[in-house]
Design a protein around this ligand. Structure first.
Ligand SMILES: Nc1ncnc2c1ncn2[C@@H]1O[C@H](COP(=O)(O)OP(=O)(O)O)[C@@H](O)[C@H]1O
Ligand SMILES: [Mg+2]
Length: 460
């Protein structure tokens, strides 16, 4: 990811926020046809003027403990509150930003919007101060933890991805609350989600939020006309990329959550690359399906890829229609064990073979098969034990009991089955009481099966 190059963009046009466009940086720029054809030149980033907390908050009970992060809208500093004897975070507008009236206004609106959204998954704001030089800053809860970006980069196992899904569900809960108050975030990306050390999830950075309806009473900025491109290109919905402010609604944020899920599944945002070069693709919502992206830490579960692609559908009518609907799909995935791929077996194929080592178990989703066992008296013959159909399971016993396959399973017609790999089953056996019970049952079953085979042999 090109994080170091800044592109002077559409110079001469007043910008709402941030005067530069970086790989995954938020932008608010007036859109016009032909903007993409503007000459784009690389330049080294101009040094941002320091925004020191002591400068913006003189006579305050806060002791400045230094900058902890910096984004497009301002610097984040850690302060120690001498009165309450606790640490807080301060977001301070840079003097550069303050010199642009619209950006300065937006900073104030950001603080007020965040203040309006009193929800456990939205960072709580404490207060807003404007000093005599016109520099605004606000204090908020200091979140000790990681951004979702860091969490995604560190994921290694299925469990890590499940944690990220749980985090996205909480993001959806926060969004559902915000949407109910007429606030659309519009800049959802992993950098703007923080996860505390105890798993608390906070949606941060409401600096580009669109406020509609009654809540407009709390903001001073004028309603945005169509023609503004607002958000972060790498994660942007097509309606944002086309500057269709009037078409921006809760489903725009559904797209944003889908884009973060995409990043979690593939390791890349939906539109990696130079913002100005990908913007045309963004406008048409041309997203490479997750399974075709090569650099994922693990193979994306097909069901989750479908959820991400539905959330990022070009037409908002084809997306989940609300953050709650998207959360429900994620919850269903977590509950339903949809982790596993499906496989198709042609009629007549031997899906598992008696005596073989077991590497997977199967759940039939369509078609029928039969289980067969070799005749103990005449190994050239076999007899049918059972016919299995949709919803039936086979191949699990050998894994739970760590034994060779006790029977063969042959497809009677085309069979589609979910393949549950050995590692997933072993995880369950080792980590839950239910797994131990199932393993004990599998051992008992195999013991009885062996006794039955013995009895058959002696009766011949
Ligand atoms: N309350 C906070 N506690 C800890 N870190 C924070 C807090 N707010 C922001 N940060 C850090 O600062 C970064 C930039 O903050 P953000 O509000 O997104 O600024 P910008 O609007 O400039 O993008 C975040 O990605 C996060 O790493
Ligand atoms: Mg940010």
């Amino acid at each position: 990811m090109r994080e170091d190059t800044l592109i002077p963009l559409l110079s001469g046009i007043p910008l709402l926020s941030g005067s530069h466009l970086m790989g995954e940086e938020s932008v608010a720029i007036p859109w016009f046809e032909g903007a993409l054809e503007e000459e784009v030149t690389s330049a080294s980033p101009p040094p941002l003027p320091p925004a020191s907390a002591s400068e913006v908050r003189s006579n305050s009970p806060f002791r400045d403990e230094g900058e902890i992060a910096r984004g497009g809208m301002g610097a984040i500093r850690r302060l120690y509150d001498e009165q309450l004897r606790r640490r807080v975070a301060l977001k301070a507008m840079t003097p550069e930003l303050a010199s642009d009236a619209a950006s300065a206004q937006r900073f104030l609106d950001e603080a007020r919007i965040t203040g309006l959204l009193d929800h456990p998954n939205i960072v709580p704001i404490h207060d807003l101060v404007v000093d005599d030089k016109g520099l605004a800053s606000y204090t908020m809860k200091l979140v000790k933890g990681q951004t979702l970006t860091e969490l995604i980069a560190a994921q290694k196992t299925h469990r890590d991805l499940e944690n990220i899904l749980e985090c996205l569900i909480k993001v959806c809960d926060a969004l559902s609350f915000a949407h109910g108050r007429g606030v659309i975030h519009r800049d959802l990306k992993p950098d703007n989600i923080m996860v505390g050390t105890h798993g608390q999830v906070y949606v941060m950075d409401w600096g580009l939020a669109l406020v509609q309806g009654e809540s407009r009473a709390i903001v001073d900025g004028a309603p945005e006309p169509d023609g503004m491109v607002v958000g972060t290109v790498a994660y942007m919905s097509p309606e944002q990329a086309r500057g269709l402010v009037s078409k921006t609604d809760a489903r725009t944020d559904v797209f944003g959550v889908g884009a973060m899920l995409y990043k979690a599944l593939t390791g890349s945002p939906p539109y990696p690359g130079e913002p100005m070069q990908v913007l045309k693709r963004v406008q048409q919502a041309q997203v490479t399906p997750p399974e075709q992206v090569g650099n994922a830490a693990m193979k994306p579960p097909p069901h989750l890829s479908q959820v991400a692609m539905k959330a990022m559908a070009a037409n908002p009518d084809d997306r989940f229609q609300s953050a709650d609907e998207l959360a429900a799909a994620l919850r269903e995935f977590l509950r339903g064990g949809n982790w596993f791929p499906q496989q198709l077996f042609p009629a007549g194929s031997v899906i598992v073979k008696e005596g073989d080592a077991a590497d997977a178990a199967y759940i039939i989703t369509s078609g029928r098969c039969e289980t067969r066992q070799v005749d103990p008296g005449d190994p050239s013959r076999s007899h049918v034990l059972r016919v299995l159909g949709p919803g039936d399971v086979f191949g699990e016993t050998a894994i739970f009991a760590d034994a060779p396959r006790s029977a063969s399973v042959v497809a009677l017609e085309e069979v589609r089955a979910v393949v549950v790999e050995r590692a997933a089953i072993e995880n369950l056996t080792h980590s839950s009481w239910l797994g131990l019970f199932v393993k004990a049952l599998a051992d008992r079953f195999l013991q009885i099966d062996a006794e039955l085979a013995e009895a058959r042999k002696s009766s011949i």
